[in-house]
Structure formats: C-alpha cells, structure tokens
Design a protein around this ligand. Structure first.
Ligand SMILES: [Zn+2]
Length: 190
C-alpha cells in the first residue's frame, strides 16, 4: 500500500455488522422542534434487549434513508445515548469503519478544527456550516456484547460521529453554526 494511512482503524468496530443484533424495524424520524431532540439523552445498558432492538432499528432506518450517514436515538423519539453511523457511501469519506453503533459514547480527544456544510434528517429544510474537529477519538460501548471500544476517526467520519454524539446530548447542528449567515435553505434537485 502506497497511500499513507494516518488513522488506525479499530478492527473490531470495522468488522462489526448489524448481524450481531436482532432484525430491526424502520422507524419514523422526528423533526425539530420536537422536545426529544433538545433533551440530553440518558445512558443505556448496552446489553439490555431494548438497547439491542433500538440499535437494530437505527441501522434499519438509516439504511432506507437516502444519503443518511448516521442516526441517533432521539431522532426516532428515544431520549438515550445510542447512535449508528455509516459513511462508507459518502464521497468525502476517507478511511472509515463502515456501519457501527455506539452506546454511551464520549469524545476522548479532538483536534484540527475544520468548517464544513452539514445537514440532518431532523432538520430537513436547512443545511449549515459547522466547525468540527477533523480528527477525534471516541469511546463507547457496542450494543449486545457491551464491549468498550475506542474509535479513532478523521475527516467525514469524525464529523458524523460528533454530529451524532451531539444528538445524544440534545444538540442539533443549528446549535453549532456560527450564526444565521451560516444557515442555508436546502436546495431541491428534480
Ligand atoms: Zn442529525
């Protein structure tokens, strides 16, 4: 391999698939200003059957939503700290872990701020410029086994993780934009 790889992927997380969970159901995505989106989520037991079901539902809902690179529990109406991400189909993604779900995730370290455009299924009509770290280390627990894992992510995967961790803390990207000048109407392409 000649391309320099600066991120070391966590093989356990990279190889994780939703086959470790129960079959999931597609859920309705709630939109701002639903109260659950602005309320900090509670911690979960990652091994509890309801957490495993929620994790499966999040992945199933992400899968059927075009362009969706992540979904957090508050977006399906559950005020808890669980989210899924999968940036593998996104053109801005570099090295990444594919699909995974984290419970009770927290940012361990963050560096290299970078501004970029973000959208959200819960704020369907707007996008915004948000400054985020482009390299982060996140610690969380896998649903089902409850293993504690640490993920080092960069570029678009790092941004997606911060966006979802914010959801679990009751924050939307609109809470992070520099001001009204950094919010844009989402364009519709026919
Ligand atoms: Zn979102």
């Amino acid at each position: 391999m000649t391309t320099p790889v600066t991120t070391s992927l966590n093989p356990r997380v990279r190889d994780w698939t939703e086959d470790e969970l129960v079959p999931g159901s597609v859920r309705d995505v709630v939109r701002a200003p639903a109260a659950v989106l602005s309320t900090p989520g509670g911690r979960v037991d990652p091994t509890a059957p309801e957490t495993v079901r929620l994790a499966a539902d999040l992945v199933a809902t992400m899968r059927v939503s075009p362009g969706c690179v992540g979904l957090a529990a508050p977006q399906v109406g559950e005020g808890v700290q669980v989210f899924c991400v999968d940036v593998s189909d996104h053109p801005k993604a570099r090295a990444h872990h594919g699909t995974f779900v984290l419970c009770n995730a927290e940012v361990v370290s963050a560096s290299r701020n970078e501004r970029a455009r973000e959208g959200c299924m819960s704020v369907p009509d707007l996008t915004g410029d948000v400054k985020r770290a482009s390299r982060i280390v996140v610690r969380g627990e896998l649903p089902g086994t409850g293993e504690s894992v640490e993920v080092t992510a960069e570029a678009f995967e790092a941004r997606a993780l911060q966006h979802e961790i914010d959801h679990c803390a009751g924050l939307l990207f609109l809470d992070r934009v520099a001001g009204a000048h950094a919010v844009y109407a989402r364009q519709t392409y026919l």
